[in-house]
Design a protein around this ligand. Structure first.
Ligand SMILES: [Zn+2]
Length: 440
């Protein structure tokens, strides 16, 4: 049957919209063309089941019966490190601490070629895409210890990948400003990198010898270049480390409300409650967004504790209650900062459910928003969501309830971007050869 639809689905569950009813949705020209409640079941012979969908039929735009499966807008991973992915074998981290991860990676970075970096990024993007992610914000190592050429190598690799993978993934790159932006040549190189087409200002100023000076510099630069800011903030067990307060002050000073994201916020979980409440209020007043990164932080934090060990995951529910939007993101994949992970945001969502006590139906819906709508707002995605006129990026899961989704982490993921299938297989299979090549 001729149709100007790219594809259409019937018997769709849209948990972010409503529970207990099914929808029919259509896609034309890469955008959702209609999203409506399904009043009558589809006529026999007019649909194909998702499991029987062949690549030919998929290309044909035939209506697909989702049989009540969940459909979400494409997952948005708002904090990754694509350039570092899969370096756990070649770099390592014996102590499991953040300090050793930084040291080892920094020492190894000059030895990586641009092609090696691209290989790792490409594979990490493919993995994430197969698990349902259609947009990623990745931080980039900007290593100037030996020379600024080392830093620029990663920048060029990222820019080339952004172009190469644009049909598969929406990509944003935020280079991490070195801890000492005052060192010779660093500020010039950093600004040059941003002007080449990177998407925003990043860094981990709590690690600087002068955190406030570093933060002030990053805000001046972001203001001058008109770019958003995304910082690693207070990734530390020490409750006295509270650079996020100064970040909030600078945000208000520069009128950057809604354009500043802060990731980790581990020390927030170690603070006494009245102090934490004051800090969270300040964050809310400044319109900061928060990103929790439970995988890396459960691995890295609290290593020095004996007895009751701090686990380093920030106060997710309390931030939300204070009015700070919180996203959940992957952070590192199989590298010295986090040895596990496969680019599957749902898996990280489950970790967050455990670490942040999210389990009721309402809380699981909140968790889904932490992987979709909240990070989409952080990335500033303008045409996001399952609504007519918005980009048709989506993931269909082999699950019919949100509880099943988090319990089974179903392997079945059918993923589309701008109305075209990215993955209709059950799982991205990674060949042993490419795995070995990338791990080198
Ligand atoms: Zn990070």
């Amino acid at each position: 049957m001729a149709s100007d639809l790219d594809m259409s689905f019937v018997n769709v569950s849209l948990p972010l919209r409503a529970s207990g009813c099914l929808y029919e949705v259509g896609i034309a020209g890469g955008k959702w063309s209609y999203v409506r409640k399904q009043e009558t079941p589809p006529a026999e012979g007019t649909v194909v089941s998702l499991e029987e969908l062949t690549p030919e039929q998929a290309a044909d735009g035939i209506a697909v019966d989702l049989e009540g499966r969940l459909l979400l807008p494409g997952l948005v991973d708002s904090h990754m490190h694509l350039d570092k992915a899969f370096t756990i074998q070649s770099v390592g981290n014996r102590s499991g601490t953040l300090r050793e991860a930084i040291e080892n990676y920094s020492a190894a970075a000059p030895g990586f070629t641009r092609e090696q970096i691209k290989d790792r990024m490409r594979e990490a993007i493919r993995q994430a895409a197969a698990y349902g992610t259609t947009s990623i914000r990745s931080h980039l190592d900007f290593n100037c210890r030996e020379s600024t050429d080392v830093a620029m190598r990663t920048v060029y690799a990222a820019l080339e990948l952004k172009e190469e993978m644009q049909d598969v993934m929406e990509l944003q790159f935020f280079p991490m400003c070195p801890y000492d932006p005052g060192a010779r040549g660093v500020a010039e190189a950093y600004e040059e990198a941003l002007k080449l087409g990177l998407d925003g200002v990043g860094g981990a100023p709590h690690l600087s010898t002068d955190p406030e000076g570093s933060i002030a510099y990053l805000f001046r630069l972001a203001d001058k270049l008109g770019l958003p800011i995304d910082l690693h903030a207070d990734e530390n067990d020490d409750p006295a480390i509270r650079t996020v307060e100064f970040i909030a002050e600078q945000t208000l000073r520069y009128g950057f409300q809604g354009r500043v994201a802060t990731g980790h916020l581990c020390s927030l979980s170690a603070m006494d409650h009245p102090t934490a409440e004051r800090v969270m209020r300040k964050m809310a007043d400044a319109g900061l967004r928060a990103i929790t990164l439970p995988g890396a932080n459960l691995y890295l934090q609290g290593r020095g504790d004996r007895g009751l060990v701090r686990r380093g995951v920030t106060r997710v529910k309390e931030l939300v209650e204070a009015g700070v939007p919180v996203a959940v993101a992957s952070d590192n994949i199989q590298d010295p900062f986090h040895p596990f992970g496969r680019g599957d945001l749902l898996q990280i969502g489950l970790l967050s459910a455990y670490a942040s006590h999210l389990a009721s139906e309402q809380e699981l819906l909140l968790l889904l928003r932490m992987m979709t709508e909240v990070p989409a707002a952080i990335l500033g995605l303008k045409d996001y969501g399952v609504q007519p006129g918005q980009a048709a990026d989506f993931v269909i899961f082999d699950a019919r309830t949100v509880h099943d989704l988090l319990s089974w982490l179903p392997a079945g993921r059918w993923v589309g971007r701008k109305g075209k299938w990215i993955s209709i297989s059950r799982e991205h299979r990674w060949s042993r050869e490419s795995r070995e090549r990338i791990a080198k």
